[in-house]
Design a protein around this ligand. Structure first.
Ligand code: PEP
Length: 251
């Protein structure tokens, strides 16, 4: 496995105080051979940037606008995220798709905006339970990937980060089985190629310190995208340690 990437998606949680406390709590991960990024809510990005500066922990955003700049009330541009020091941005998270009507085409434009701003997009793809139940998983994933690739180019997609996040596993406490995860990641890698840098493939969906080791052991897992468990410093640190084969039990 390449240097693992562990991203914590804090979603719409926290306060000025708790953001500082959480970053203090995970400070130890900076010493590990793991690339760690956190996605605080937009309003806390700048102070999180100040706090992680010089630590090696990367800053990421949870979303971005499909527009460059202008009269788009409530939107945040990729250039603004770059300005405050974001290295990554989530694009197409299932909560954005499901709850905020983000379509494949809008997500493709966001992906392009991220690249234009010099930020690496983390494209989230995944099927819901109904789609899996009718064996449409690959059809859905292929459509989500191809729409972005047709806009931004297959090569750009192949050099980004792809997070396979089955919707039925997010926040559900039910992780996809290692076999289910590996089967999907192999197909994504086949589609996008493994030449050059190749895409970095993450799994997301109820990752915790109890299931992370078996996920990191999979040949095609380059890292994980963690939601709920990233809000607990001890739990998130444990996942980062498991990424490099350490145990979380001694502490
Ligand atoms: C997520 O929101 O990307 C996620 C994977 O959440 P959770 O870990 O809580 O399932």
């Amino acid at each position: 496995m390449r240097k693992p990437l562990v991203i914590g998606n804090w979603k719409m949680h926290g306060s000025q105080r708790s953001v500082g406390q959480l970053l203090d709590g995970i400070a130890g991960v900076a010493d590990l051979a793991v690339e760690v990024a956190v996605c605080p809510p937009f309003v806390y990005l700048a102070e999180a940037a100040a706090k992680v500066s010089g630590t090696g922990i990367r800053l990421a955003a949870q979303s971005l606008s499909e527009y460059e700049c202008g009269a788009y009330t409530g939107e945040v541009a990729g250039s603004m995220l770059a300005d405050v020091g974001c290295r990554y941005v989530l694009v197409g998270h299932s909560e954005r798709r499901r709850l905020f009507g983000e379509t494949d085409h809008r997500i493709a434009r966001q992906f392009e905006r991220a690249l234009a701003a010099g930020i690496t997009p983390v494209l989230c793809v995944g099927e819901d339970a109904a789609e899996r139940n009718v064996d449409a998983t690959w059809q859905v994933l292929h459509r989500q990937l191809a729409t972005v690739a047709n806009a931004a180019g297959w090569e750009a997609l192949g050099e980004s980060v792809i997070a396979y996040e089955p919707v039925w596993a997010i926040g559900a406490g039910a992780t996809a089985s290692p076999a289910q995860v590996e089967a999907v990641l192999v197909r994504i890698r086949d589609l996008l190629g493994s030449g050059g840098a190749g895409p970095r493939l993450l799994y997301g969906g109820s990752v915790s310190k109890l299931n992370a080791a078996e996920l990191f052991a999979l040949p095609d897992v380059d890292g994980v995208l963690v939601g709920g468990a990233s809000l607990q410093a001890e739990e998130f640190t444990a996942i980062c340690r498991l990424a490099v084969g350490e145990s979380w039990k001694p502490w």
